[in-house]
Design a protein around this ligand. Structure first.
Ligand SMILES: Cc1ncc(C[n+]2csc(CCOP(=O)(O)OP(=O)(O)O)c2C)c(N)n1
Ligand SMILES: CC(=O)[C@@H](O)[C@H](O)COP(=O)(O)O
Ligand SMILES: [Mg+2]
Length: 635
């Protein structure tokens, strides 16, 4: 099927091909990507956009001795295919398959693991320094997109790289897109100057201005022409990188293999940090993806012929969608509500808000830290900011939550989408730590809805709590429950009892509540009467309800989709300890102390015993151990 690609098992095989054959190989790779990603889903558009670039890099450098680092890593499919994973590529992002991101444990060619953005230059610089300390002569190449370049850590790395003057090649893959259109002054700077129009218009305006000055205008024009080249240099993106100590080359047409290869061959021999600016088209070679790169950024299975995404039958609305709709409804009545995203307006459901209230919507770029401090600033000025960020990316901004929001008691709502197990993106993206890293911060209120209707109410509760609030909700669809027309504020720190039973109490939070209730039904069929509590709040806990239930049943099972360490169950244990409660047995169910690989959410939940059957089994096993020896007896 793929006459050239089928012969390539490693970069060494690639190098055997004459350069003239590479364009043909690129076309085969695009076919291969389409055939596979249309079945598995994945980050199609970015990968289609960097086929030639990746081929050129592997053609000119010697991986794994030379270290190739892909920022975010969502664009590393061609790299994987060329480095011995073509045969397994159909398993990418699948349960027990290869990862959708570079992963050090997967291949020696994956020089650095990724999934989160803007780390490649820092990691590359570390490797360059390590190489020099060890006296080796390998090359280090960091490939970073224009979106990822908006992350602060990328600039921190450029700053140090320009200072250290190590041999480091940074390739800026500029497609003028983040997931959505790239925004911000840096992005405008990169693109505006490149169109040439800006420069042409400026020149024309200057000429007219100077010609209009009587007598001396002509002379000045003469000097201005002489200065033209330096002016042009000043106006190109190169000036920025040169000022940071890099040698700048570009912009290059990123789909022109001979040009790329010539440039990279030259770059091999250059001393010091080098930045090669490459222009590419996101979705290149597949019309639907070129026309709608945001949709094909991370896409589910689709039909190659039509570009139509395979519809999920009868799906309820997503939590993300409900969040976005509710925020618009609340903002209709309150001009103080503003919304912030870190380069993910679609993913976080903020696009309807952006359309309805463009003046109150802010895409800060991939800059979670800045985004949260920016939100704190707005809150300090009397606004009600809602920052919608995936749970896993809030990790970037822990200090901002502490120092800029909680310590100053500022009423920022942190809407943490993708909390819990996310599925195919795997360990880099599972949002299973936020309860642990937020719960201990004084002033923080932390809640999680049991379903999409409760999400509506919690969002309003959060926005009007007049304090820092984090609201976590999962990736995927709700349960299709009826949505209350009136959005209400919930009492802070109050949970709800859903099922009453005396044998044991299951206290669940967020997306584990429905499975817990289903588990109770299963247990009832086996003669076990379980109480089920929807905790709603991780902080403050519903002290009265939990203590009363503990004293009544003497046996508590907590359930959460968060790390067990420091999670919701730990909070319940701490409550019992603080209150001096003894004689109550507690079992915590949640994410164990290891990273969870990729897979469909239901599969992962079943594996971890967090589905209804798993919870019921744990409850039964726990109850059957009632007479196990206590520590006192062992002593
Ligand atoms: C810290 C962090 N925030 C957000 C994301 C989500 N994200 C993944 S790719 C991406 C856009 C990256 O744009 P760019 O680097 O230009 O690559 P392109 O998709 O255009 O190929 C974003 C926002 C992330 N992976 N990491
Ligand atoms: C690479 C990355 O970080 C994003 O593209 C992420 O994969 C999006 O995840 P969702 O599909 O959950 O929006
Ligand atoms: Mg981009």
């Amino acid at each position: 099927m793929y006459p050239l690609l089928d012969r390539i098992e490693s970069p060494a095989d690639l190098k055997k091909l004459p350069q003239e054959k590479l364009a043909e190989l690129a076309a085969e790779i695009r076919q291969f990507l389409l055939a596979n990603v249309s079945r598995t889903g994945g980050h199609l558009a970015s990968n289609l956009g960097c086929v030639e670039l990746t081929l050129a890099i592997h053609y000119c450098f010697n991986s794994p001795a030379d270290r190739i680092i892909f920022d975010v890593g969502h664009q590393a499919y061609t790299h994987k295919i060329l480095t011995g994973r073509r045969d397994r590529f159909y398993t990418q992002r699948q349960y027990q398959g290869i990862s959708g991101f570079p992963k050090r444990s997967e291949s020696p060619h994956d020089a650095f693991g990724a999934g989160h953005s803007s780390t490649s230059i820092s990691a590359g610089l570390g490797m360059a320094v390590g190489r020099d300390l060890q006296g080796s002569d390998s090359k280090v190449i960091a490939v970073i997109g224009d979106g990822s370049m908006t992350g602060g850590i990328a600039f921190e790395a450029l700053n140090q790289a320009g200072h250290l003057k190590k041999n480091l090649i940074v390739i800026l893959n500029d497609n003028e897109m983040s997931i959505s259109k790239n925004v911000g002054a840096f992005s405008s700077f990169l693109s505006k100057k490149l169109t040439g129009n800006y420069y042409r218009d400026l020149k024309k305006e200057m000429k007219e201005l100077l010609e209009g000055i009587p007598a001396i205008g002509g002379n000045i024009l003469h000097f201005a022409r002489k200065a033209e080249n330096s002016l042009k240099g000043f106006l190109t993106p190169g000036a920025l990188f040169e000022a940071l100590g890099f040698d700048y080359f570009g912009p290059l047409q990123g789909h022109n293999l001979p040009h790329l290869i010539e440039m990279l061959e030259n770059a091999r021999g250059l001393e010091g940090p080098v930045l090669i600016h490459v222009m590419t088209t996101k979705g290149k070679g597949y019309q639907p993806a070129e026309e709608n790169p945001a949709l094909f950024h991370g896409v589910g299975p689709f039909d190659v012929a039509t570009g139509k995404v395979t519809a999920v039958k009868g799906g309820a609305k997503s939590y993300t969608g409900i969040f976005g709709e509710t925020l618009v409804r609340l903002a209709d009545d309150d001009p103080k509500i503003v919304a912030i995203t870190a380069a993910m307006p679609d993913g976080t459901g903020l696009t309807p808000f952006a359309r309805a209230y463009p003046q109150r919507f802010f895409d800060v770029g991939i800059a979670e830290q800045h985004g949260l401090t920016f939100a704190a600033g707005l809150a300090a000025d009397g606004f009600r900011p809602v920052a919608a960020i995936y749970s896993t990316f809030v990790q970037r901004a822990y200090d901002q939550v502490f120092h800029d929001i909680c310590l100053q008691k500022l009423p920022v709502t942190l809407a943490m989408d993708r909390a819990g197990l996310v599925g195919d993106d795997g360990p880099t993206h599972h949002g299973v730590f936020d309860i642990s890293y937020l719960r201990h911060l004084p002033e923080m209120t932390l809640m999680a809805p049991k379903d999409e209707n409760e999400l509506q109410h919690m969002l309003k509760t959060a926005i009007y709590a007049d304090r820092p609030v984090a609201l976590r909700y999962p990736r995927g669809n709700g349960y299709g429950v009826r949505l209350d027309q009136e959005i209400a504020q919930l009492p802070l720190g109050k949970g709800e009892m859903l099922v009453d039973g005396d044998d044991v109490a299951i206290i669940a939070i967020g997306c584990t509540v429905y499975p817990a209730r289903e588990a109770a039904t299963m247990l009832a069929e086996r003669g076990i009467r379980a109480t089920v509590i929807n905790a709603r709040f991780v902080k403050p806990l519903d002290r009265e309800l939990i203590l009363a239930t503990a004293s009544r049943t003497g046996c508590l099972i907590t359930v959460e989709e968060n790390a067990l360490q420091g999670g919701f169950g730990s909070a319940v244990l701490e409550l019992l300890e603080q209150e001096g409660v003894t004689g109550v047995r507690v079992k915590r169910l949640g994410i164990p102390d290891r990273y969870i690989e990729q897979g469909p959410q239901p599969q992962l939940r079943a594996d971890l015993g967090l589905d209804a059957a798993g919870i019921a089994a744990s409850v039964e096993a726990f109850l059957s151990q009632k007479n196990r020896p206590t520590l006192a007896r062992i002593k």
